[in-house]
Design a protein around this ligand. Structure first.
Ligand code: NAI
Length: 303
């Protein structure tokens, strides 16, 4: 197979000073991409800032004759997110690839969660993804080319104790990308979501030490790089990747039941048909909300 390369392509990787983002940046640069290595460099829970992590990754890329520039702005404000994207355009003339990867954790059970824990998580993950995507989309639209990969989490898809804030933000990103993908269709802009598993500073509190070393960010990076490539025709998809495992995840809807709306629909009728309503055999994915609405209406009994 022909090597997949990124010559002439410009990538922005947010939160690329360590963990998964660093692995993405190194791989893209090694295949010819010019990379903006963004990282605010704060603590895992979002305090402080430090230019060192992003600069170190840039130095590492340059040591192997790759092209990269560091950016230390936060994704969590509209003005600073615009500067991240502008760095790509000012330094390399365009932006083809955006990996929304920056992230923090503020885990607490719901009743112990302070408003600040909630807002900071929303700010970095959900707002940050929105701001960077909006800023990059404008350039990608003009170029009629773009690849956007955003980062969700199993905590969003399936829930996790102590991560009400994080889970909400991560599932919000899935919804955001589903709609971005639709708006990107006619401009050859693909938007997908990765659900990673990797041993990083974000997972060291929840993963045993011996497991951390085994699930390297480098195992996720090839998949994300493929999503960033010209070869990728997929859009509005979610993929799980970690420890050598790769899979597609999806939101599906079961065949359900249809009651005749010419008669009263009672609570008891719902209870009686619950098993059928719960059944996911024959479930399907929808390409858009419009397609789902069309199906709902087509199932209605005639007037
Ligand atoms: P990490 O902590 O190594 O990397 C996150 C990076 O984002 C850090 O370098 C941090 O400085 C940077 N960052 C934080 N706030 C920022 C801001 N406002 N602006 C710019 N940069 C900022 O952690 P990891 O695991 O590599 O996380 C990467 C992404 O993957 C995150 O979105 C995380 O939520 C997600 N994720 C990771 C999983 C894992 O198993 N490691 C599981 C599910 C999701």
């Amino acid at each position: 197979m022909e090597e997949i390369r990124f010559d002439g392509k410009v990538a922005v990787v947010t939160g690329a000073g360590g963990g998964l983002g660093k692995a993405y940046a190194l791989l893209l640069a090694s295949r010819g991409a010019q990379v903006v290595v963004n990282d605010l460099g704060g603590s895992f829970d979002g305090e402080g800032s430090d230019a060192t992590p992003a600069q170190q990754v840039v130095d590492e890329i340059k040591e192997t004759s790759g092209e990269a520039i560091a950016n230390y702005d936060s994704v969590a404000e509209w003005e600073s997110a615009q500067k991240i994207i502008q760095t790509a355009v000012d330094s390399f003339g365009r932006i083809d690839i955006l990996i929304n990867n920056a992230g923090i954790l503020r885990d607490k059970s719901l009743l112990k969660m302070e408003m600040d824990d909630y807002r900071k998580i929303m700010g970095v993950h959900l707002d940050g993804t929105f701001f960077c995507t909006k800023a990059a989309f404008a350039f990608m639209k003009d170029q009629t080319y773009g690849r956007i990969v955003s980062t969700a989490s199993a905590a969003g898809l399936y829930g996790n104790f102590g991560q009400v804030n994080y889970g909400a933000a991560k599932m919000g990103i899935v919804g955001m990308m589903n709609s971005v993908a639709q708006e990107g269709t006619r401009y050859n802009i693909k938007a997908n979501t990765i659900v990673p598993t990797a041993g990083t500073r974000l997972t060291f509190t929840v993963m045993p030490e011996d497991v951390i070393g085994k699930v390297k960010p480098e195992y996720v990076a090839p998949f994300v790089a493929w999503l960033c490539s010209e070869k990728c025709e997929e859009t509005a998809k979610m993929f799980s990747a970690g420890g050598g495992y790769f899979s597609r995840a999806a939101v599906v809807e079961g065949p359900g039941v249809v009651f005749d709306t010419r008669k009263e629909i009672t609570i008891e009728m719902i209870v009686e048909k619950l098993e059928q309503i719960m059944n996911l055999e024959g479930a399907r994915e929808y390409a858009s909300a419009m397609e789902q609405a069309g199906t709902v209406l087509s199932k209605m009994a005639p007037e």
